[in-house]
Design a protein around this ligand. Structure first.
Ligand SMILES: NS(=O)(=O)c1nccs1
Ligand SMILES: [Zn+2]
Length: 261
């Protein structure tokens, strides 16, 4: 198997392959603003999220996920660079142990303390996330940078639920949360490129939509993210869930388009 190949180094945190063999459209990447290409055909994002589809929040050992009922087209994303309609299935974050780093994407090498990912799959073409995750045009992930500043009132409900899921594998009910409150006010300006998931299975099935405008959260709110653990309750050594971001990947000739000049 992959593990037997001496060339494949296992990632210390994910025990998965660090480099995907033959991967030439991996994520995350550094977005070099002056090299991005303005595309006037790019439309504003159209999100239509139903808070009633929010189901649970859980610690999967990499991040914490807020999961939505994606058995119907109740919470959807369309527009932007997308031709089809995409269904929201979950959102999660990546962050650092300090405010100096934590995001997966960077803008002209600038790091942010954290990054939000809203994960959607193409429900016009596929019937399950597991199917779409293997296909070129299967997924669309919105990336939003977080900066430390004012407290984010909408985020607080989520922050208050985190102590209940400190350990890997813990799940609690989480309902009536509108993820639209986590989007920046400006959803017209974004960069978009074809890439991959940044955690296993790392498949190259993602149309990335990285928002130009960040959102602000308070230092204390981010500190609660860092109080989560990678480890389950049974493990002797508890490890703080921090620095759960992937290293940046080669662009391999890809172009990044911008919806703004
Ligand atoms: N970090 S990510 O949004 O690329 C992702 N990885 C696996 C499922 S969703
Ligand atoms: Zn992510």
């Amino acid at each position: 198997t992959l593990r037997d190949l001496p060339a494949v180094k296992l990632h210390p945190m994910w025990q998965g392959p660090l480099v995907v063999p033959g991967g030439d459209r991996q994520s995350p990447i550094d977005i070099v603003v002056r090299k991005s290409v303005f595309d006037s055909e790019l439309k504003p994002l159209v999100t239509d999220y139903d808070p009633q589809t929010c189901q649970q929040i859980w610690n999967n050992g990499y991040s914490f996920l807020v999961e939505y009922d994606d058995t119907t087209d109740k919470s959807t994303l369309k527009g932007g660079p997308l031709q089809d309609k995409f269904r929201l299935c979950q959102f999660h974050f990546h962050w650092g142990e300090s405010n100096a780093w934590g995001s997966e994407h960077t803008v002209d090498r600038r790091l942010f303390p954290a990054e939000l990912h809203l994960v959607h799959w193409n429900s016009d073409k596929y019937s399950l996330f597991e199917e779409a995750v293997m296909e070129d045009n299967g997924l669309a992930v919105i990336g939003v940078f977080l900066k430390v500043g004012r407290r984010h009132e909408g985020l607080q409900k989520l922050v208050d639920a985190l102590p209940a899921i400190r350990h890997k594998g813990s799940v609690v009910e989480f309902t009536r949360f509108d993820p639209a409150c986590l989007l920046p006010t400006n959803t017209e300006d974004y960069w978009t490129y074809h890439g991959s998931l940044t955690t296993p299975p790392l498949t190259e099935s993602v149309t990335w939509i990285v928002m130009k405008q960040h959102i602000e959260v308070s230092h204390d709110q981010l500190a609660v993210f860092r109080s989560l653990l990678f480890t389950s309750a049974e493990e002797e050594v508890q490890k703080s869930m921090v620095n759960n971001f992937r290293v940046q990947q080669p662009l391999c000739g890809r172009s990044v388009r911008s919806s703004f000049t």
